[in-house]
Design a protein around this ligand. Structure first.
Ligand SMILES: O=C(O)CNC(=O)[C@H](CS)NC(=O)CCC(=O)C(=O)O
Length: 268
């Protein structure tokens, strides 16, 4: 059994304030006995304009947000999956990156968001062009850890089941899916997509989410969830700052994968 936490917050454009909130929630998670905590997409900064986040983009391995993560992991004695933070990319753009820190504060892995959210949402009258300021990563990342092999992903990636299948085939038994899902698409698709990724791969899903209204006027869906490999939602918070906690039973994953071997029945 490994107790893990997902943090939910409503990040704004003040980095220090967002990190303070994260730190408070991490302390709660540590207090609850968690050995690992997951943060949402854009936990450190949600700006007024899309390109604002370029100003806080860091080079991999150094910078105030990464320093905070390393120190928070050490202080709270927890491994962290830092949902997403901007890392410097090329041509004046950044990567949306998810980093895993171990409890000693060392960075163990970096995943760069592969699928960029360039969509128009008719129902909400919203237009997103993530590729205007972000550049996509090319590499699938799985990280062996105490809780199992962790597959890293970010938000819109959730709609691409082939990424999760590839991670599952590479051994992943837990998917991290941090998000800032739109309220409109979240209401329609969030839960069904998350549970599908869990069920079809017999894997745990930890989805730490942003909620509420951000400085750019956009509203995000919240509903952070931890889902077991049978598709049951074992912890969920609709709205508000908070920490959801679950005990990950790694035996359950092993038993399901043995007795219900869908991953071995693939023909393609
Ligand atoms: O707009 C912002 O600044 C915050 N959002 C994000 O950073 C990212 C990229 S724009 N959002 C998503 O990927 C939403 C996906 C989604 O909502 C879906 O797949 O339905």
């Amino acid at each position: 059994m490994h107790r893990v936490a997902a943090l939910q917050l409503c990040s704004g454009d003040n980095v220090a304030l967002n990190l303070e909130t994260c730190d408070r929630l991490l302390a709660e998670a540590a207090q609850a006995g968690c050995t690992m905590a997951f943060l949402p997409e854009n936990f450190a900064f949600f700006g007024r304009h899309d390109q604002d986040k370029l100003a806080i983009a860091e080079v991999e391995g150094s910078g105030p947000v990464q320093d905070f993560l390393s120190s928070a992991a050490r202080r709270h004695r927890m491994a962290l999956v830092a949902g997403s933070l901007p890392l410097v990319g090329d041509e004046g753009r950044c990567y949306g990156a998810s980093m895993l820190f171990d409890a000693s504060g060392s960075s163990r892995a970096v995943y760069r968001k592969m699928h960029l959210f360039d969509v128009d949402i008719a129902a909400g009258g919203e237009r997103y062009r993530e590729s205007a300021y972000c550049t996509p990563g090319d590499d699938v990342v799985t990280v062996p850890h105490a809780v199992g092999v962790v597959g890293l992903s970010i938000c819109y990636d959730l709609r691409f089941p082939e990424l999760y299948r590839q991670m599952a085939v590479a051994g992943a038994s837990l998917f991290s899916i941090p998000a800032a899902f739109t309220e409109t698409t979240g209401q329609a698709h969030w839960e069904i997509l998350l549970r599908a990724r869990a069920v079809e791969n017999l894997a745990w899903v930890v989805a730490a989410a942003q909620y509420g209204q951000h400085p750019n006027g956009r509203r995000t869906w919240g509903h952070s969830m931890i889902i077991d490999p049978w598709g049951r939602i074992v912890a969920m918070q609709e709205s508000g700052d908070g920490v959801i906690v679950a005990d990950l039973d790694t035996e359950l994953t092993a038993r399901l994968r043995r007795d219900f071997p869908v991953l071995n029945h693939r023909r393609l």
